[in-house]
Design a protein around this ligand. Sequence first.
Ligand code: DGL
Length: 249
Amino acid sequence: MRVGVFDSGVGGLSVVKSLLEHKLFEEIIYFGDTARVPYGVKDQNTIIRYSLEALEFFKNFEIDLLITACNTVSAYALDEMREQSHCDVIGVVDPGVLALKNAIPNIDANILILGTKATVKSGAYEKGLHELGYNNLSAIATSLLVPIVEEGLYEGEVLQSTLNHYFAHLEKTPDAIILGCTHFPLVATAIDNYFDGKSSLIHSGEAIVEYLESHYDFTKRFEETSLKFFASENPEGLRRVAKEWLNLA
Ligand code: DGL
């Protein structure tokens, strides 16, 4: 199986990390639209247009599946991409909703959704969760966490005061938190500590793996995966982050 992974920038590498850990693919072709990131502050038409342009890029490769690791793209552009794609296109929202259901079956659970401004505005996670009967939902656009992760500030004062800024007003500790943005798994430990380990964290990468394993036949696992990284700007920068996040030699 060859897979394409699309993200607005470097963040989707958090999903690649999970794909590699589970040895699901023989080849991963990653494209990050680093010239135009962030998508999370753009409007629906722009997000769809950029996503369809990325789809054109992937048409240069023979891929069996395309994963949009970007939550913002998954929230807005999946239908349009599917209409124009020659292979299956999977987003991270539905897998995230299913992973939440598997982790926390209690529909009265207090669920907090974190995402970019656009993802939160779309209400995509809420829609999926409402359909399954969950009603105790809230969402916060924790946009500052995106540049904080890109600066490599996975711990420390700046991160702590940002978490305080977003979470101090919460009256209750959430039972579960959906990390609805590619960057947030990189600060999952800090978020987990903030809530004293009392919230279950739903990570897009793990959710995608769970989804793929239950929807496709992965009888074969690949000890070696060939990785190809492309970016619309500064591909060396993307490769540098990939080396760091994925512990590549
Ligand atoms: N990849 C985006 C997401 O998961 C975060 C960065 C951006 O705003 O483009 O929503």
